[in-house]
Design a protein around this ligand. Structure first.
Ligand SMILES: [Zn+2]
Length: 120
């Protein structure tokens, strides 16, 4: 809903109020002036109206805080997710037991080693 303010008396009129007013000046009448003169039939008064721009909240701070909220929400959502179990490398005991003795036992002992072992 657009609003209009009188540049003379600062009275604000909404769109419905203008339904009861007669526009005196034309849109294209006075060069670049955006002020329109209206005569209000309800009380016969004249007002010089210009359109009031819709108020907007401060742009940057609102946007930043919204982004921060969104980021925090994402972090919390990720934190709430169950952590997938990390598969541990499987060491089969049989393999360890098989491999290790085979290397030592299959290696033929040298004469020196046999002699060394017998010393004990
Ligand atoms: Zn006025």
């Amino acid at each position: 809903m657009s609003e209009w303010i009188c540049v003379v008396c600062s009275r604000v009129f909404d769109h419905d109020a203008l339904e009861n007013a007669v526009q005196i000046t034309s849109d294209h009448g006075r060069g670049r002036s955006r002020t329109q003169t209206y005569r209000f039939v309800t009380d016969g008064s004249f007002h010089h109206l210009k359109k009031v721009k819709p108020k907007q909240p401060p742009h940057l701070p609102a946007s930043e805080s919204k982004d921060a909220e969104l980021l925090q929400e994402v972090i919390e959502t990720l934190a709430a997710l169950p952590t997938p179990p990390v598969p541990e490398p499987e060491l089969k005991p049989e393999q360890l037991l098989q491999v290790t003795p085979e290397i030592e036992e299959d290696k033929p002992l040298t004469a020196m080693e046999i002699a060394w072992n017998r010393r004990k």
